[in-house]
Design a protein around this ligand. Structure first.
Ligand code: FE2
Length: 306
């Protein structure tokens, strides 16, 4: 489903989904209600204070044709993949993984004393890059710059540029913006959107009012995704509690989408080929730098080998 081309803000209520080996999460994009916002295919919030909700994790599974962006604000997620990368993603860290032609990986939230706060976004790859060599970027927290967006408003720049400061995630086909914006009580900020780009805010703390120049102010409560439609700027404002949100934007691909679980291609035939490759053992084309299974049982894990 695509957003209507009338300027304004559309708030999407998340759906409760059981994913992986039994992770209870909230999905805002990639549901029967709202299937995608080109080029963004899926948005999951797997935050929970309850270990039972996430500890079963996402065991070894494939991806083809997409990029996954995992952002952790609290807790830890152990990961390993068929490229030979492995480690633990912790608070403030990001993993940006381009599956290209094929990757196998696992993502296992770890039980810790902290509640788990984390999000995963799927970004589509253009047809010309769907069968490219898989890539992986693990971004430590200290590499993500924080920029002021005005009085009482700061943004961590994961990807994209703000005030001449460029985020550490680069070389992504759709030139995405991915900022983590915190607003103090009563603060406001105006964000600009490149003409034609898709943009959304995912509110995860407080209530945020969003308003386009021609539209009414629309309130998005925590754990709601707000799509900004047909506008080149949006004003964010919060109340006496303050708020925090992810701000994501990117250039639509305008290509046919064929999706089946963890595979997103352009045609049904390409999906069938992915399934055939899995059955025949030809799914993984990139040689690992090391045996990914070495990470099983590892007790001391670094922040990733990639
Ligand atoms: Fe995955």
């Amino acid at each position: 489903m695509n957003a209507k081309q009338q300027s304004g803000v559309l708030v999407i209520q998340p759906q409760h989904v059981l994913e992986g080996a039994g992770v209870r999460l909230q999905r805002s994009l990639g549901t029967p209600h709202f299937s995608y916002l080109d080029p963004f295919l899926l948005f999951d919030d797997f935050s929970s204070p309850n270990t039972d909700d996430y500890v079963r994790g996402f065991p070894w599974h494939p991806h083809r044709g997409i990029e996954t962006v995992t952002y952790i604000l609290s807790g830890q997620v152990r990961h390993l993949d068929s490229l030979g990368n492995g480690g633990t993603l912790g608070a403030g860290e990001v993993q940006w993984m381009s599956s290209g032609s094929g990757i196998m990986h696992e993502e296992m939230p770890q039980p810790t004393s902290e509640p788990l706060v984390g999000f995963q976004l799927w970004v589509n790859l253009p047809a010309r890059e769907k069968m490219s060599t898989p890539r992986y970027q693990n971004i430590p927290a200290h590499s993500i710059p924080t920029v002021s967006l005005g009085s009482g408003v700061t943004a961590r720049i994961v990807a994209g540029t703000l005030g001449g400061v460029r985020g550490p995630v680069t070389d992504i086909a759709v030139s995405p913006t991915y900022w983590d914006i915190a607003l103090e009580a009563g603060a406001a900020a105006v964000l600009s959107i490149s003409p034609g780009d898709s943009a959304f805010a995912y509110v995860f703390q407080g209530d945020i009012d969003l308003q386009t120049p021609e539209g009414m102010a629309t309130r998005a409560a925590a754990r709601c995704l707000a799509v900004v439609q047909a506008a080149q700027e949006v004003r964010l404002a919060t109340d006496s509690k303050g708020g925090r949100l992810l701000w994501v934007a990117g250039t639509p691909l305008h290509e046919p989408i064929a999706r089946y679980g963890p595979f997103v291609m352009n045609t049904r035939e390409e999906i069938q080929q992915a399934l055939t490759d899995l059955q025949q053992g030809t799914f993984i084309r990139a040689q690992p730098r090391s045996d990914p299974r070495q990470w099983y049982g590892a007790r001391e894990e670094s922040g990733g080998a990639g």
